[in-house]
Ligand binder design. Sequence first.
Ligand code: ADP
Length: 477
Amino acid sequence: MKIRILDSVRIRLTVWYVSMLALVLIAFSVVIYTLLSRSLYERVDEGLRSVIGVATVSIMHDTEEGQTSEGASRSTVAELYNPQQTLALFDESGRLLAKNDPDDEFQPALPSLSSIPEEQALLYTESEKDGDDHHRVAVQQVSIPPANTPYIIFVSQPLEYVEEELESLRSILYYVGPVALAMAGLGGWFLARKSLAPVVEMSERARWMGAANLDQKLPVANPRDELGQLAVTFNELLGRLKAAFSQQRKFMADASHELRTPLSVIHTTAGVTLDRPQRDEAEYREAIKMIEEQSQRLIRIVEDMFLLARADSGHYPLHKSKFYLDELVEETGRAASMLASSKEVAIEVVNSSESPVYSDEDLLRRMILNLLANAIKYTPRQGSVRLSLTRRQQDYMIEVSDTGTGIPAEAQSQIFGRFYRVDKARSRAESADGSGAGLGLAIALWIAEAHGGSLRLTRSDSGGSTFVASIPIADSK
Ligand code: ADP
């Protein structure tokens, strides 16, 4: 199978992480660079402004001391000598009075006289003729008392240092950014690899799991983190699957066992009968009757198994219709009386008045008959069985109680299980209609639950047992 590079979560995580970090780094660099360059340029402007201020004061002093314009200008320029700056003083007509130029090369060129303001300095950036170097210039016209003599003060400073500083910041950001990204990418990749390692191990283990080794478990590194939770959930799922598989296996084993008994009876009966070349009619009849009974039993078991299998897979459709539950109770009570009369067991039916219901009539009949058949089967001669229907607020309560042998306490929780019988030999021996495979209560329970109701054993002791089924009324509208 071809794995594309972005199909790996590890690589996708790293790519995401590095891209996000790159965005953050770019934004961070732009902000830092903008703030720093603004503050450096502002600092230059501040310096130029303050030179104008100091020069003004100096001219003022020199004038007070009685110096001429040229004299005051020259001494001011000399006083404020700074190798980084060019300071030039002009008179109002633009005539150069004095100049301090460290290189003596720079020719200060004034902008048009009308554009030079008095209140504050005019600031601008000028390129040198060769174009690469820039100067920041501040020009201001000042009036010096007492005669209010106008001077034009020109200060200029090369921006070389600022540009160098910004250049070095640019190169730092240019090299540091990619290195930081590469390191973060590497770190991210290792982290992603480390945190996803349990997933890789889990998938390796899961690959070798099958029905045969479901009792294996996935490794749980830390049950509190997300991956640990995943492994725990998966292990729980495996547990449920294992339980379902073993239930299925048990069902198969029980089913084969149940089917084998009648089949071997049929096989033996046929074999024994055919052993002798000639038998009289009575013997043939007896053998065929036995075969018929056992086939009947087989049919019944297979039908029950089929019903439960369809119920399990959710493919058993309920054919619901409107009918009266009290009529069904009456009818099943009558059917049970015939079964019970041969055993001298009395059947009492306590019915409710009109009880309309919207349910699957055949299935409810089967549920009641299964309960009644059990009650009669496990009640000794002279005993009695009571079938009653009660309408409650939310549901109909169908109660089947008997004066039978009761169910041992340790078996009570298992009687609804498939193929479960308390006393196998007795259960089979006493089943006149071919039932007794231990599926009757499992089917009755499924029917009650498929209707949204329930079936419970509410009492069972030496005085007999009581089963109570509840079928919701809400469904019966
Ligand atoms: P079976 O086909 O064997 O009757 P069921 O699923 O109907 O299977 O019942 C399971 C087991 O529950 C029976 O084998 C029997 O031991 C016990 N049982 C069911 N109903 C009664 C009852 N009314 N009295 C005593 N035991 C009962």
